[in-house]
Design a binder for this molecule. Structure first.
Ligand SMILES: *[C@@H]1O[C@H](CO)[C@@H](O)[C@H](O)[C@H]1NC(C)=O
Ligand SMILES: *[C@@H]1O[C@H](CO)[C@@H](O)[C@H](O)[C@H]1NC(C)=O
Ligand SMILES: *[C@@H]1O[C@H](CO)[C@@H](O)[C@H](O)[C@H]1NC(C)=O
Ligand SMILES: *[C@@H]1O[C@H](CO)[C@@H](O)[C@H](O)[C@H]1NC(C)=O
Length: 353
């Protein structure tokens, strides 16, 4: 009799814990309350089944309260990262008057895997192609086994993955409450320089040059040549920075392009409580930890990276060396929340006054 009872107690404790995290991560997504409370508010002893079945339950348990001692180090690390995000959000919301409620349109970057009850918020320039490939393997019902067999352009076809904004409000709230939610972030200025190099110094995407490059040259280059105005394909980093910090940019062009939008604006970590914050700087460890948590670590490894063209901190320092202290300070202010929230130190190469 003892054994099953202990087991039952343990399960109940786990379920209560998972339930607590479910409730904790509750996010208000516009005015529709009735159905979204039902999954967790019923006083039914079996209600926790909804939390502890194959999907996200085990992953959340192993993350928040690992049963295996060798996982406790990672659990502590990720708890500290979550705490850092929460603290930054508290300070940020205390400092700003604006109160904002999410709408489905804010959830376009949250990729959903229903089978593993997983939500991945993608941030461009943070291994997002490989993560989308992995999400396609996870949601593909056996169609793929190796992420690298999926061509990179295929990984970016929107219809190949389902995003959270495609669900009803009740379905969105249910998923936000019960799924395992994670994102991957990167040192903000390294990411920004990477976006600049990828979008403005490579020849391959003329449409990006046309759309942003011509605009930037027109606005920030004196005496631009006719070719430069027409092609927009030789934007200097200094001009790109002018474009980013110019208050007129947002007024005329709307929200920033996703490649240089901050992670906090793409993924809303102050509204959505992510269970795990992965970092580009420890990409393989963090990514494979996620795959082990959701129980696919044996069959699936995160693709390792070809590092040759990677943008590094030293490279970022070089690009910033040409930028005035005033512009650096303005740019830093735009990305400050990402720096603080994700625990990146202010780069030593900056000349902030
Ligand atoms: C923040 O980074 C420092 C090192 O830069 C590290 O010692 C500390 O543990 C980190 N804190 C969190 C919450 O990740
Ligand atoms: C080029 O950039 C545009 C955005 O300006 C994007 O829609 C398109 O998919 C990109 N093409 C390639 C091949 O990356
Ligand atoms: C632009 O061209 C005019 C005429 O050639 C010249 O006088 C002026 O100094 C140039 N301005 C810059 C910033 O190069
Ligand atoms: C810095 O600016 C100079 C001239 O203004 C230019 O020749 C050089 O290529 C720039 N360096 C970088 C890394 O942008």
């Amino acid at each position: 009799m003892k054994q099953p009872l202990a087991e039952l107690m343990r399960m109940s404790r786990i379920c209560r814990m998972v339930l607590a995290t479910c409730l904790g991560s509750f996010v208000l997504v516009i005015f529709y309350f009735q159905s979204m409370f039902q999954p967790v508010m019923r006083r039914d002893p079996f209600v926790a089944d909804g939390c502890c079945r194959k999907g996200s339950g085990n992953a959340l348990q192993e993350l928040y309260n690992p049963s295996q001692p060798e996982w406790s180090g990672a659990a502590v690390l990720h708890e500290a990262r979550r705490e850092q995000v929460a603290e930054a959000c508290r300070l940020h919301s205390a400092a700003s008057r604006k109160r904002r409620v999410l709408t489905p349109a804010d959830l376009k970057h949250l990729v959903v895997d229903e089978e593993h009850e997983l939500i991945y918020c993608y941030v461009p320039k943070v291994a997002c192609t490989n993560w989308k490939r992995v999400m396609m393997v996870l949601t593909g019902r056996g169609k793929y086994s190796d992420p690298m067999e999926i061509p990179s352009n295929e990984a970016h076809v929107p219809s190949n993955l389902k995003t959270l904004n495609q669900y009803s409000i009740a379905e969105i709230n249910h998923r936000l409450k019960t799924y395992f939610k994670f994102l991957f972030v990167r040192e903000p200025f390294e990411r920004l320089v990477s976006a600049y190099r990828n979008k403005f110094t490579l020849k391959y995407n003329a449409s990006f040059h046309k759309r942003f490059g011509t605009r930037i040259v027109r606005r920030y280059r004196k005496n631009a040549t006719r070719e430069a105005l027409a092609g927009g394909d030789d934007v200097a980093f200094r001009e790109f920075v002018e474009y980013l910090v110019d208050p007129g940019t947002r007024r005329s062009d709307g929200p920033p392009n996703e490649h240089w939008q901050t992670a906090s604006q793409l993924c809303h970590p102050c509204h959505i409580r992510y269970d795990l914050v992965g970092k580009y700087e420890s990409l393989e460890d963090d990514a494979n930890y996620v795959l082990r948590l959701i129980g696919v670590g044996g069959a699936l490894r995160f693709p390792s990276y070809a590092k040759s063209t990677r943008t590094t901190d030293a490279m970022a320092a070089q690009f910033f060396s040409n930028i005035s202290g005033q512009r650096q300070a303005e740019l830093y202010r735009l990305y400050e929340l990402d720096f603080v929230m994700f625990n990146y130190t202010t780069p030593s190469y900056l000349k902030l006054e």
